[in-house]
Design a protein around this ligand. Structure first.
Ligand SMILES: [Fe+2]
Length: 376
């Protein structure tokens, strides 16, 4: 996958993977084993060789300067909606940085000579359909993850939604990438983005505060919104499940204040015309605020659910319980149904402006439940 040019053997060790693929922008992230600058070359999907002409470069920059590091993040902007783009990634090793000179080593890049370049498609706001798959609570179990994603063709969907607890903690970058990102990149995430929802386990560990470095969002927070065809998504961060002063958190959890911060943000989101006019309104949160007696769920039920009830949410997608559960609308304090997906089932969602259909499959690919919703 990665070719190293020059004397120094710099290597791409993770990715690339796509994040935030919107109508006019996309973010590409990868890692190298040595500090480097980074850029992405893009080309239209016009059948011409990637080598037909020099391709525009977009560098990883911050504050007007090229970023030197081992985690590379390039945001491509000014793209055309609903358009295929081929791309290639590059990292040039930085051996030494002087105030007046930088010594470079070799260059590692993705291969467009012996294999096809990577390709992604920008979102199309006018699209009438949505198609995605959700998995959750993988807890870095690569065999389970492999089984689940083998049962659907991720590259044929708009994105894959990871609804939290993909790892059991965020300790080191190697552990986070080894837990699921490297595997996702190998199977689909070079070409289709994954949408990350923060689970309670992703808020634990020494690298937990670096969360946004790996999973950037439109708000710069783990809670954000996005649209896919007829569905308006509200992504929330359920925070920790136990009370903040639980001894397990060692005085590092402030999830109550964090949920209140999200409640204020949520009030603004549900007042927007984009939200109100969407045929389907789907809330996504790892910890479900129903069928649960622990503090995090109860607090969300008191501060978040009333806003969602008043807003006319059609469906909530959750995980966390590791068993498949379903709370019908009006039964558990929510005016909308809540699907709690198990750790060993996937949920495939397809929607148009009138209907939204869900198919839940086990690790063998067998359908265990189907659900149908019609637009209000
Ligand atoms: Fe969880």
């Amino acid at each position: 996958m990665a070719a190293a040019l020059g004397a120094s053997a710099i290597n791409i060790i993770s990715g690339p993977y796509l994040q935030n693929v919107g109508p006019t922008e996309a973010t590409v992230i990868w890692r190298t084993d040595k500090p480097a600058t980074a850029w992405v070359e893009t080309a239209p999907d016009d059948g011409a060789s990637f080598y037909a002409e020099s391709r525009p470069r977009t560098y990883s920059t911050d504050l007007g300067r090229a970023v030197v590091g081992t985690l590379h993040k390039v945001t491509l902007r000014g793209l055309k909606p609903g358009t295929n783009y081929r791309y290639r990634i590059f990292s040039e090793e930085v051996l030494d940085q002087k105030p007046w000179h930088v010594n470079y080593g070799g260059v590692a890049s993705s291969d467009v000579y012996t294999r096809e370049p990577y390709m992604f498609t920008t979102a199309a706001p006018a699209k009438n359909t949505a198609n995605f798959v959700m998995v959750n609570d993988i807890h870095a179990d690569s065999a389970k993850f492999a089984d689940l994603i083998r049962c659907f063709d991720a590259k044929k969907h708009d994105f894959v939604l990871f609804n939290g607890d993909m790892v059991s903690f965020m300790d080191t970058e190697d552990q986070i990438f080894g837990g699921f990102i490297n595997q996702a990149a190998k199977v689909f995430a070079t070409e289709k983005p994954f949408v990350m929802i923060r689970g309670n386990h992703e808020s634990r560990g020494a690298a937990a505060t670096k969360y946004m470095s790996y999973f950037p969002s439109s708000t710069g927070k783990p809670y954000y919104t996005f649209t896919d065809g007829p569905i308006f998504f509200i992504v929330l961060d359920g925070g920790e499940d136990k009370p903040d002063d639980d001894i397990e958190y060692s005085r590092t959890s402030f999830a109550d204040d964090y949920r209140l911060e999200q409640a204020e943000w949520l009030k603004q989101v549900v007042a927007t015309p984009e939200f109100k006019s969407a045929p389907f309104k789907v809330a996504v949160v790892h910890v479900p605020p129903v069928l649960d007696t622990w503090h995090g769920a109860l607090h969300a039920k008191s501060v978040i659910v009333p806003i969602l009830n008043a807003a006319g949410i059609d469906l909530m997608l959750s995980g966390h319980h590791h068993v498949l559960r379903y709370a019908e609308a009006g039964k558990e304090g929510t005016d909308f149904p809540v699907l709690i997906n198990s750790h060993d089932t996937s949920v495939e969602v397809s929607a148009d402006k009138s209907n939204m259909n869900l198919t839940i499959r086990n690790r063998a690919g067998e359908t265990v439940k189907t659900l149908k919703y019609t637009a209000k």
